[in-house]
Design a protein around this ligand. Structure first.
Ligand code: ZN
Length: 184
C-alpha cells in the first residue's frame, strides 16, 4: 500500500533538494499528484500472480502457447526511472491453459513495482511454472531503460533483451529458436 502522505512529503523534500521552490504555483500540487500516481505505478506490490492465473481451462494436446508483444511499463529500482517495452511469453501446457489476457495481467503484477528487468523476466517464468505446471516456459523481454537513454551514454533507443527458460525450453536450442522465430 502506498502511503500518500509519506510520498508527498518525500517529493516536497526532493523538489527542495534539486533546488526548486516547492511552493511555486506549478509545483504546489505536485507532491500529492505524484503520490496518487504511485498507487498505480506500484500497485503490483499488493497483487498476487495467482489472482490472474487461478482460472484455468483444459486444453489437452495443446503444444505451444505464445502471447507476444505484451506492452509493459515498470520502474527501475536503481534509479526510480521508467523502463518499458514488450514481454513475450511462451509455454507448453500440460493440459491446463489460462486466458490470454491473464498473461498480460500477470506481467503487470510484476512490472508495476520497483523492479529490474532480469528479475521481472524470472518472476514471470517462475509464476507460470509454479501455477500452471507446464512442460516448458520461455520468457523474453525487450525494454528501453530511460535511466540509460536519458543520461550518460545517451544511446537513444538502445534495447536490453533478457530471457528465462524453464522445463523443455531449458538448454534446448531448437525450441528456443522456434519461439524466437515465431516472434518475428
Ligand atoms: Zn536504472
Amino acid at each position: 500500500m502506498v502511503d500518500r502522505e509519506k510520498v508527498a512529503t518525500a517529493v516536497h523534500l526532493f523538489l527542495e533538494g534539486i533546488g526548486e521552490d516547492p511552493l511555486r504555483e506549478g509545483l504546489l500540487e505536485t507532491p500529492m499528484r505524484v503520490a496518487r500516481m504511485c498507487e498505480e505505478l506500484y500497485c503490483g506490490m499488493d497483487q498476487d500472480p495467482l489472482d490472474h492465473l487461478s482460472k484455468q481451462f483444459t486444453a489437452e494436446g495443446s503444444e505451444l502457447v505464445i502471447e507476444k508483444d505484451i506492452t509493459f511499463y515498470s520502474m527501475c529500482e536503481h534509479h526510480l526511472m521508467p523502463f518499458f517495452g514488450k514481454a513475450h511469453v511462451a509455454y507448453i501446457p500440460s493440459g491446463k491453459v489460462v486466458g490470454l489476457s491473464k498473461l498480460a495481467r500477470m506481467v503487470d503484477v510484476f512490472a508495476r513495482r520497483a523492479q529490474i528487468q532480469e528479475k521481472l523476466t524470472i518472476q514471470i517464468a517462475d509464476a507460470l511454472e509454479e501455477h500452471l505446471s507446464p512442460l516448458g516456459v520461455m520468457v523474453m523481454i525487450e525494454a528501453e531503460h530511460t535511466c540509460m537513454t536519458m543520461r550518460g551514454v545517451k544511446k537513444t533507443g538502445s534495447i536490453t533483451v533478457s530471457t528465462a527458460t524453464r522445463g523443455q525450453f531449458k538448454d534446448n536450442y531448437d525450441k528456443q529458436k522456434m519461439f524466437l522465430d515465431l516472434l518475428k
